[in-house]
Design a protein around this ligand. Structure first.
Ligand code: C2O
Ligand code: CU
Length: 464
């Protein structure tokens, strides 16, 4: 039976909640929109290959783009139709801890056949993403992720606003099926699970038609398990407007390449400068060579002239920089991996030699300890300023992601960089980040190279 909106209001009145406004009426219903994690198959590889079996939200990869206005609520019912328990994390959102979706820390994993109700407010405008957070190394690689876009009350004037999710997949080159070895010793001990097939939005030959002089907003998300994307523009002139969702104080012209580690995002505004009949590109740079990541065929002439350079996006509120003079010092030493110097570390409460750790398929230590512990890395008082030194004493890059709060990197001259939620560190580097612990709860802090997170590089902080 189909009810018109007026009928629903009538029914509402009859049931005795006449004063409830229509929007409340719907919010209080217990039928939140489902977001179903399930198996599906789609044409990921080029058309002459078979379809690829994936796991995706609502059966798609990426999952549906979820858009809300800043300050709006996100309500979904996570329905698990997978053969495995799962959970759903909202990467980069200053979220209520109970909704952070970390199986084993903020909630139990959602069993096959079960569901979990999600309901949170998205306080900050920007580009975020959601992804499975149980057995992430497998579940994200199989396709369980999508974008969350939180719109500014008044966004920049653009012709179109596009989410571009960058990922790579490790596919069997004959069957185009996802390599099911998610515990590979080599991936864990080296650079992580790096794919052999790279695409945008799960589409081979991703392409968007444009017209000359159009301005586009490109919301780039790196959803790869381990790949660092180095990106450049051709036939497009652009500015980085935001990193990890948070606006930069001033737009930064893209003159060189933009680096995106796993989990990181960049919002670009780009103007099409290629001529009609040409094609502009988002270029992936790999060892100094350029490859097409996305193509933008210029199908028509402009209707107008080039526009002026853009103004910065409005800053998100309550992002007070931490007072470094009062800040508590925390140190995170990263050790282990292939070609590392780790001789032994604590694992499950016992000291193990590197040989024993290899046998246990565990390779990475934070401050001499492998994996999650009962005690957090730090217990922070609410609003306490922290400086966290990250020493990458390994031979590999690591993308460290803090849940629940953004931080700023402290530059060599002591100034604070832009807000981020994931910081890329290269082998042999030390970097220092700072934040005020303004969001109470238990927050994971881990490497977003997901094979590394599964083999030691996961810890947490508690904000009381
Ligand atoms: Cu994007 Cu702990 O995750
Ligand atoms: Cu790592």
């Amino acid at each position: 039976m189909i009810y018109s909106r007026r009928d629903i209001l009538k029914i509402g009145a009859a049931a005795g909640f006449a004063s409830t406004s229509p929007s409340n009426l719907f919010a209080q219903s217990n039928s939140a929109v489902p977001l179903t994690a399930r198996e599906a198959s789609l044409q990921l590889a080029p058309p002459d290959y078979p379809q690829t079996a994936i796991w995706g939200f609502d059966g798609s990869m990426p999952g549906p783009v979820i858009r809300v206005r800043q300050g709006g609520r996100v309500t979904r019912r996570l329905v698990n139709e997978l053969p495995q328990a799962t959970s759903l994390h909202w990467h980069g959102v200053r979220i209520d801890n109970a909704m952070d979706g970390v199986a084993g820390l903020t909630q139990e994993a959602v069993a096959p056949g079960a569901s979990f109700d999600i309901d949170f407010v998205a306080p900050d405008a920007g580009t975020y993403w959601y992804h499975a957070h149980n057995r992430s190394v497998e579940q994200v690689a199989r396709g369980l992720y999508g974008a969350l876009v939180v719109e500014e009350p008044e966004g920049p004037d653009v012709y179109r606003d596009e989410v571009l999710i960058l990922d790579d997949w490790l596919l069997n080159p004959d069957t185009a099926q996802i390599d099911p070895d998610f515990t590979s010793r080599h991936d864990r001990s080296h650079a992580g699970r790096v794919g052999n097939f790279i695409a945008t939005n799960g589409q081979y030959g991703h392409s968007l038609d444009v017209r000359r002089h159009e301005r586009l907003r490109l919301r780039l998300v790196n959803a790869a398990n381990a790949r660092i994307f180095e990106l450049a523009l051709a036939g497009l002139e652009g500015w980085v407007m935001a990193l990890d969702g948070m606006p930069l104080e001033a737009p930064q012209p893209v003159s060189d390449t933009v680096l995106l580690g796993p989990g990181q995002r960049a919002d670009l505004l780009v103007d099409v400068v290629a001529e009609q009949g040409e094609t502009a590109y988002l270029v992936r740079v790999d060892n100094g060579e350029g490859f097409v990541q996305s193509a933008f065929p210029v199908i028509a002439a402009s209707s107008g002239a080039r526009r002026d350079a853009p103004q910065a996006l409005p800053p998100n509120a309550n992002m007070v920089p931490p007072d470094l003079s009062q800040a508590r010092h925390v140190r995170l030493h990263m050790g282990g991996g292939a070609m590392g110097r780790l001789q032994s570390a604590q694992f499950n409460g016992e000291r193990r030699t590197f040989r024993q750790l290899v046998d246990a398929n565990q390779f990475w230590a934070f401050n001499d300890v492998i994996g999650m512990t009962d005690d957090p890395l730090a217990v922070l008082a609410r609003d306490e300023p922290v400086r966290l030194e990250i020493v990458n004493d390994t031979s590999f890059p690591h993308a460290m992601h803090l849940h629940g709060m953004h931080f700023r990197e402290i530059a060599a001259d002591g100034t604070l960089g832009p807000l981020r939620d994931t910081v890329l560190t290269f082998g042999g580097e030390a970097r220092e980040i700072a934040f005020s612990a303004h969001n109470p709860g238990d927050w994971l802090f881990h490497c977003h190279m997901l094979s590394h997170a599964a083999s030691g590089m996961t810890t947490w902080v508690r904000v009381t």
